[in-house]
Design a protein around this ligand. Sequence first.
Ligand code: 13P
Ligand code: 13P
Ligand code: MG
Ligand code: MG
Ligand code: MG
Length: 363
Amino acid sequence: MKITLSVLKADIGSVGGHTLPSRRVLAKVEEVVREEVGRLLLDAHVFHIGDDIVLLLSHTHGIRNASVHELAWKAFREGTQVAKEEGLYGAGQDLLKDAFSGNLHGLGPQVAEMEFEERPAEPFMVLAADKTEPGAFNLPLYLVFADPMYSSGLLLSSELRPGFRFRIMDLAQTERDSYIVLDAPERLYDIAALLRDSHRFGIESIWSRRYGEIAAVVSTTRLRNIAGRYVGKDDPVAIIRTQKIFPATEEFGPPFALAPFVAGDTRGSHHLPLMPVKANTPASTFFCVPMVCGLAFSLKEGRFSEPVDLFADPVWDAVRAKVVEKAQEMRRQGFYGPAMLPMEELEYTGIAERLKELEREFS
Ligand code: 13P
Ligand code: 13P
Ligand code: MG
Ligand code: MG
Ligand code: MG
């Protein structure tokens, strides 16, 4: 059976700052989506990461389907209405256009979708980040799909041995989408040369070379490219199929435990580590540290099992304690050097404007 998974994420307002959506907003979004389960949709699961609401939808209509995208748009719009009634901060923040125009790409929400023939057992995971940048998953996914030091399955399983194909997007292109396709392991150094720059390049999808099957998709929207100014962060969502011909679920843990420094946090203008947290965690008052959550499911004829929270077991409390130390160390140097983003990535214009004025005082 050919199934489509669609994950759509938007920040439509939050309580007391950029923290989390209110219960009423979440309930409204969920109600709109639920109405279509058994009709347009096979199943739906709604959760949040920080103040971003994530819709996981299954159906048989393929990717970029107008009706599915319109349903998500409707859910986010009706949720925004509730957010406005409640006076939530940044109500409708990620809905950058007024009218729906066929699909959600270019309207603000993050979109990751894949269509595949469902395997007899189809385990998959959804990753969602808040307070960070589209390339935030670059390093962990590179390590899972291309580095045997992290992903021993690349050595242990003949299914994985031929490696994976990376489709990487140039996020600086604003006129049109621009991709490069590179095969690991042969092009490992080229893949690394691109992915090291998480502000500029983002993994868009990953494919099994042996079977041509899609393994992973990541959203690649840059809100700034749509709105032309800072309107909140463009943090990604991803769908990843696991096991058998793909890396095992547990092979994703250690690369995320690395918690690489990524752009984001307060005012989208700093570098802090990407902290793995439980699903439905509010954003942190510690500087809005970038966060990622992960839920894994089994799929049967398009219906979801209950989720397992990938960053909930006791190991992750120990990881988080380390990540907090790493974050505090960077934060100690405040605005200085790599703690704050370079000029061209700064999402607020205050410093650039001030430097222009200071130019006149130079002699
Ligand atoms: P189980 O024996 O619990 O199924 O684990 C299999 C495995 O290989 C995990 O990596
Ligand atoms: P969000 O993108 O989650 O709204 O965060 C905005 C921000 O600048 C927080 O400091
Ligand atoms: Mg917000
Ligand atoms: Mg947000
Ligand atoms: Mg966000």
